[in-house]
Write a protein that binds this ligand. Structure first.
Ligand SMILES: Cc1ncc(COP(=O)(O)O)c(C=O)c1O
Length: 478
């Protein structure tokens, strides 16, 4: 029998006209149970498909038979349009280390809203925001705000090319840096580096792909190519540590880039202000030349930034470029350092820099990974829940390797993960099982923990995971 997500004591009831979800559906499959509990989402998805490609606004929300439509969220929980409550591990795509609608952030946003949404002018909050970033992130001598992480990685590459006078970018298979033209191949496909749909061959030719942790491969690239402008990577590994990077490899990258005059770019769009107040560079003690930021930096609102050494960011500086006879890199952007995003960012960073919020999220995730692996071992399933810091990833062992969940080393599984298509097969079924049982993870299936996750969320998640495993067994999927 499938147990459906149901309101838990203490939850705030949803104001909705939709019929309440059934509490259980004897003999229902997970898919039937999902459909029975989410009629409001089904209706909205049907309407959306007549207006939006696939009915979507972000590829990773693609979900068969239709995605969940969420009405509101608070702390570590969110409620869908049908009134079902979920423990949330989607975490605003990683933007929410303080959980949903944190009171201090909400208060700051409301105060900023009352003063106007866009001044078309410089404002005090952008100075305070940059000051906090500069104080917290070791490499952030200068900061330039963008509207997203995609824009931040685009600008990082442009800065690196201007600064080094070189053209090539080194990236790692599986790593994600947004959707600008140089960052598309080799994330979930095109591992040979060929251009993805709509991208010029000339662009993909300027990108060199390497396997994560491949020491010989990266050393060879630097021997063969003297025109490498930058190496960019997610410093805890692809998809927030789903394919972990060894810290020693980060040091090798630091050494190789320094020796060759290329720039090392840490894409800390997810890890920044999450793994530690100063990001992965603080946690690992390795300082990159440039850092890209988004998500948490803007406290759950749209925003991003590129930060780094003054002499690199000086390529954006009017006076400095004029004095040096250089052509400045142009950088407009209507919503750069928008005052509302700045207010949310400041409130969030002030909390992160003065409390143990990052450490609490990390500790919760470590315990949850352990507890979920106990479930797998009790249920005799050769999967693993792994990750680092506040991340968790369910490895569904697509190639049937012999593994013990609690002793799983994700480094060994990276080739298998690169071969498997993200979100395909069992991954989607795990996500559906968890949704039916009141937990939302992303399509990895992976989750991001906030500082608001506590004992209640832990217990609900462990039971939802156990119920999901048992349902998948009943359905013959595992
Ligand atoms: C590591 C990383 N870099 C860059 C991006 C792109 O950021 P945005 O979605 O704000 O464009 C993301 C988004 O998920 C990301 O995870």
């Amino acid at each position: 029998m499938s147990t459906l997500a149901q309101p838990v004591s203490g939850s705030t009831p949803m104001q909705t006209t939709a019929a309440p979800a059934p509490r259980s559906l004897p003999n229902a499959t997970l898919r039937e149970a999902y459909q029975a509990m989410t009629p409001g989402s089904a209706a909205l998805a049907g309407q959306a498909r007549t207006l939006l490609p696939s009915g979507l606004t972000h590829d990773s929300r693609h979900f068969d038979p239709y995605p969940l439509y969420v009405a509101r969220a608070q702390g570590a929980m969110k409620w869908d349009v049908d009134g079902n409550r979920y423990v949330d591990y989607f975490g605003g795509h990683g933007a929410l280390i303080l959980g949903h609608a944190h009171p201090a952030v909400m208060q700051a946003v409301h105060a900023a809203l009352d003063q106007g949404t866009h001044f078309g002018a410089c404002h005090e909050r952008e100075v305070r925001w940059a000051e906090l970033i500069s104080r917290m992130v070791p490499s952030a001598e200068r900061v330039r705000f963008t509207s997203s992480g995609t824009e931040a990685t685009l600008m990082a590459l442009r800065l690196a090319r201007a600064f080094t006078g070189r053209g090539k970018l080194v990236r790692f298979r599986g790593h994600f840096h947004g959707w600008n033209d140089h960052m598309t191949s080799g994330h979930t496909d095109h591992f040979d580096g060929s251009a993805t749909t709509g991208v010029l061959d000339g662009v993909s030719d300027a990108v060199l792909l390497c396997d994560p942790n491949d020491e010989a491969g990266i050393t060879r690239l630097f021997e063969q190519h003297k025109d490498i402008a930058a190496v960019i990577l997610e410093p805890t590994g692809a998809n927030f540590g789903k394919m972990p990077i060894r810290p020693a490899y980060l040091q090798l990258l630091r050494d190789l880039t320094t020796a060759s005059g290329a720039l090392l770019v840490f894409d800390e769009v997810v890890t920044g202000f999450r793994v530690a107040p100063g990001g992965a560079q603080q946690a690992f003690g390795i300082t990159p030349d440039l850092t890209t930021l988004a998500k948490i930096v803007a406290g759950g609102l749209p925003g991003g930034a590129v930060a780094g050494h003054k002499e690199i960011l000086d390529w954006l500086d009017f006076a400095d470029t004029r004095a040096k006879g250089r052509e400045k890199i142009a950088h407009p952007g209507t919503f750069n350092a928008n005052p509302i995003s700045a207010a949310a960012g400041i409130a969030t960073l002030e909390i992160l820099s003065t409390t143990d919020a990052c450490a609490r999220a990390n500790a919760f995730a470590a315990t949850l990974r352990e507890r979920l692996n106990e479930v797998l071992e009790e249920e005799g399933v050769a999967w693993a829940v792994h990750g680092s810091f506040s991340g968790l990833h369910v490895f569904t062992n697509p190639e049937g390797a012999t593994i013990r969940p609690s002793a799983f080393d994700a480094h060994d599984a990276i080739p298998a993960m690169l071969r498997a298509r993200r979100g395909a097969g069992l991954a989607g079924q795990v996500r559906m099982g968890l949704l039916v049982n009141g937990v939302d993870v992303n399509s990895g299936p992976s989750g991001l923990v906030s500082a608001m996750h506590g004992e209640e969320e832990m217990a609900l998640t462990v039971e939802a995971f156990r119920a999901t495993i048992r349902a998948l067994k009943r359905e013959g999927s595992i």
